[in-house]
Design a protein around this ligand. Structure first.
Ligand code: 5GP
Ligand code: MG
Ligand code: MG
Length: 184
């Protein structure tokens, strides 16, 4: 495979780095207020949520431990397989914990809806969701999301943790790829 060129493969910047950072400021402020005096465990979903986790958690004014899960729902392409599998489980016992799932994007909602059920069944005191992006038009199941960064159109986006075939995660903003990138 040839090296992906982030500059020439990009069609459009959808959400700039500055917009993301300013929105994360607001989300962190709300999380600080909502969980004041409570213990809080951040659960990131690999790999897409690494940037959101890093940039959101460092904006909190309190200490919050983090743990990671890896699940598979998409293959290397752009379509949902509808099947969720745990590739890496948490190291933390959730009994009595207030859990905040940190996600990059909610598309169909199938992954998060499954994850909510899975984590709740482990005896957590509460399980809520913070996601940077949500595609309201694409959602196939109702998922109650407490913190949403941006609602976006039903288009495939990359950057800020989101990949296409494992490329483009390290773009510092959310962007759209040129159609020919998918055709190759
Ligand atoms: P869902 O189960 O809500 O349909 O999607 C779950 C996962 O699919 C997301 O966490 C993300 O990894 C991937 N995904 C969904 N929409 C997009 C998108 O627009 N771009 C990228 N790169 N990944 C997406
Ligand atoms: Mg994700
Ligand atoms: Mg992916």
């Amino acid at each position: 495979m040839e090296a992906a060129d982030m500059g020439t493969d990009l069609q459009q910047v959808l959400i700039s780095r500055e917009e993301i950072e300013s929105r994360l400021d607001d989300m962190a402020e709300r999380i600080d207020a909502d969980y004041a005096g409570e213990d809080l465990l951040l659960v990131g979903v690999l790999k897409g949520a690494v940037y959101v986790m890093a940039d959101l958690s460092r904006r909190l004014r309190r200490s919050a431990p983090m743990d990671w899960m890896a699940v598979s729902s998409y293959g290397s392409g752009t379509k949902s397989s509808g099947v969720v599998r745990i590739l890496k489980d948490l190291d933390t016992d959730l009994t009595g914990r207030h859990v905040l799932i940190v996600e990059d994007i909610i598309d169909s909602g199938l992954t998060l809806s499954w994850l909510l059920g899975n984590l709740s069944s482990r005896g957590a005191a509460s399980v809520e969701i913070a996601t940077l992006l949500r595609k309201p038009e694409a959602m196939k199941v109702e998922v109650d999301v407490k913190y949403v960064g941006f609602d976006i159109p039903n288009e495939f986006v990359v950057g800020y943790g989101l990949d296409y075939a494992e490329q483009y995660r390290n773009l510092p903003f959310i962007g759209l790829l040129k159609p020919e990138v998918y055709e190759n």
